[in-house]
Design a protein around this ligand. Structure first.
Ligand SMILES: [Zn+2]
Length: 222
């Protein structure tokens, strides 16, 4: 049984790295963002609550996140363990988490703010089918057009430099103290997230003492 927390700012590749690790080790990948998106998409009561908060320009509160994570962990479907992404969000939750679950490690993907800005501001979205693009890592074959449906590529409404600066500030204010708390308990493995996804995955596995990563499609590794 392996129990990991993964932390990192938006654009650090948290989702990608969690998915690679989870697939290989049969871990349940618990992504708080994905859970909320699922509720919004499926029009649940929780989804409606999240939609109201977002429409009012507010963030989903820490208590609500905590409830969702507790419910998810109580399903106990994680026979081989879990990797959790998007939690804990404050020191109290981190302390509670350390007491309740025997964590094996905290993977901290470290990405400088200027690189976050470079990556996030390069994101594009197809206005027709919703496919994600990135002008650095995943360019469309025709500029400004979706490869799948030919729709126009647009920037997400919240991917402006101002909104991103605000999110970065919020992240550091809230999450840096959580990383620090874990670091004092010697759980944290800081990984340089500037490299390509295969290199980062390899670095994570080395730090966790796992066998080397074998990418399924070597041609896609960068
Ligand atoms: Zn499209």
């Amino acid at each position: 049984m392996r129990k990991y927390v993964i932390m990192g700012v938006q654009g650090s590749g948290k989702g990608t790295q969690s998915a690679l690790l989870a697939a290989d080790l049969d871990l349940v990948h618990i992504s708080v963002g994905d859970i909320f998106r699922w509720h919004v998409k499926n029009h649940t009561k929780l989804g409606a609550q999240v939609r109201r908060l977002v429409a009012a320009g507010e963030l989903v509160g820490d208590d609500l996140v905590e409830d969702v994570v507790s419910d998810r962990l109580q399903l106990h479907d994680w026979n081989y363990g879990f990797i959790i992404d998007g939690f804990p969000r404050n020191r109290r939750q981190a302390e509670f988490f350390l007491e309740s679950y025997d964590l094996d490690g905290v993977i901290h993907l470290d990405l400088p703010d200027d690189e976050v800005r470079r990556r996030v501001l390069a994101r594009r979205l197809c206005s027709r089918c919703g496919m994600d693009y990135n002008l650095i890592a995943h360019r469309p074959s025709t500029e400004g057009r979706c490869d799948v449906c030919g729709g126009e590529l647009v920037t997400r409404a919240d991917d402006t430099p101002e909104a991103l600066a605000r999110r970065l500030r919020d992240y550091h204010t809230k999450i840096d103290p959580v990383v620090e708390l874990f670091r004092r308990k010697e759980y944290v493995m800081t990984i340089d997230a500037r490299a390509g996804k295969t290199t980062v995955q390899q670095a994570i596995r080395t730090r966790l003492g796992l066998p080397p990563y074998a990418p399924p499609h070597p041609a896609e590794s960068a």
